[in-house]
Design a protein around this ligand. Sequence first.
Ligand SMILES: [Mg+2]
Length: 229
Amino acid sequence: MRPAKWDGVEAVLFDFDGTLAECFIDFGQMRRAVLDLLPQFGCAVDDSGKYILEVIEEAAAQIAQRDGERVAAFREAADQALLDIELDSARRGHWLPGVPDCLRALRQAGLKIGIITRNCRAAVDLVLGRERVPYDVLLTRDDVDLVKPDPAHPQAALAHLQVAPERALLVGDHVSDMHCAQAAGLRAVGVLTGSSTTEELRAAGAEVVLNSAAELWEVLEGNWETGDH
Ligand SMILES: [Mg+2]
């Protein structure tokens, strides 16, 4: 029996990199690749504290103000730079241990499963294709206008699943996933397979922090005490 705390959960949304899979993406390399493009398009962006996708948007807005015709060329070059690095990483990427079995168990129990990621579809498909694993919706950055941590991203997945936010969990490895869950009204579950610590995830709003998403099934089953680290 599920612990009362989890009663009413109908869907679980997962972040991808660092939560379901390990893709070895070099985010520093991605940032450098995009920043290196900016002088070619005559723009400069202060990237401190910003995600690389937001840096691209800011640069595109700058270029649009001066020379609207070059925006498409900039976007294409930036997208290609990210894609090259993401695909290279995805070729070496793999599912995290125990995660595919966990998703199968969730599906068997009747829970709906969604995956939301800032990664691109081609890279995610490469890793997903390594094993037959059930999910109901996958929304990469190619599929939505606003990516997480914008709440529109999980909301779009929940609309597809027809599940209310308060009946869904968002599982992620990054503090921004926890913020995203809160902004969209989902319950936040942190995992330690990425770069964030228990303390950071808790402070960002995680109801529970697990060693891995593979433990989620155990927690939903009722082994709450052993699952809550
Ligand atoms: Mg992640």
